[in-house]
Design a binder for this molecule. Sequence first.
Ligand code: ATP
Ligand code: MG
Length: 407
Amino acid sequence: MQLAQLPEEFIGAQPILETLEHAGYEAYFVGGSVRDTILGKAIHDVDIATSAYPEEVKALFKRTVDTGIEHGTVMILDHGTGYETTTFRTESGYQDYRRPDEVTFVRHLEDDLKRRDFTINALALKHDGTVVDLFDGLADLKAGVIRAVGNPEDRFGEDALRMMRAVRFASQLNFAIEPATLAAIKDHASLLSKIAVERIHEEFVKMMMGSAAHRGMGLMIQTTLADYCPGLVGHTIDLSTIATLPKLRMASEVEVWAMVALHLGLSYPDMVEFLQAWKTANHIIKDVNLALHLAYAQQYHQVSDQVLFEMTPDTITAGSHVAQISGYGPSDLNLWQDAYAKLPIHDKHELAVTGADLMHDLNLQPGPAIGDTLDKLIAAVIKQQVTNEHTALLDYAKDNLVKDSTK
Ligand code: ATP
Ligand code: MG
């Protein structure tokens, strides 16, 4: 196969491949960007593989950075953007089901391609657009199939993360997992417990954000991989509900976790514990908390201005989307966003009085009463019972909220 037109990202890197070839080495584009180009999808990272050893690569270019020299990766900066070049290599060992004990640099492309996970990820592309297809990856791309390179039992035994990657690609590409590869995942699912949670997390979120996430979730259940993910064992029925949702199309990590937490029926403390077990970043947990709050409020028809006030525009988008997909939300996703925009204030700091004002003007003593009164003032402003204006708020507090003031 010969590609007539290469994407711009490849064209920028063509001089690197040519320089390597002129010096007598082989060099190819490899990995996901080749797969995605053939599928007509946009590409993000350009990976180059070469028969030149790292020192040989460095000798050919003026500006290089050792970004992963022990794995053979050198960043070349001679052509504007940096391009990562990795020496052909084989991997061996894998005593811990995750990382090779030894990486060996080799001169043959085939050796490098056969260590790759799936046939669709083992294609190589020459600088002139010729596709090198040693493992029938093109046929699998055309048929929509994820197939392990070589013996799937061995490949998942070497690196258990590949099982999550298979499910992730099935979701992103809406591909089927080839039967022998699928059977091997079922056999080896328990090995997932050997893999660092952070790496499972990354694949799970990508899977959930894929265009066929319902398929990915179905495969997580069918293969029992879900049972080896934090907090998912025993939740097959809840996860099956997610797998049957039409239009499951998560736009962010926050939506992914709000969706899972909603369907698992997690309380807020349980949600925090669940996401911590997944080693989720704190700022994500904070936003999931809000999005989940809105989604639950929609489920129980309890969305109020007070609930919206707690939100941010992004968490309203996430919460509404999750609720809508789950069948709880209004079909108009702008409904809550518009109601939010109309709130008189959007943050407690916008209140026109402070705790100090209350102490000074109403003679309140420091303590919980201050925070309590501020909260009540915020609630009154949101309900439009009082305008957010200094004197009006103090008068309102004197008349309605503060019993022991000096009025
Ligand atoms: P993405 O679009 O998510 O970047 P990708 O296929 O490029 O997908 P990467 O994780 O960037 O995935 O890896 C680049 C390439 O390295 C893959 O296409 C595959 O050939 C190889 N690869 C990555 N991870 C593994 C693995 N765990 N086992 C074997 N090969 C792998
Ligand atoms: Mg990639």
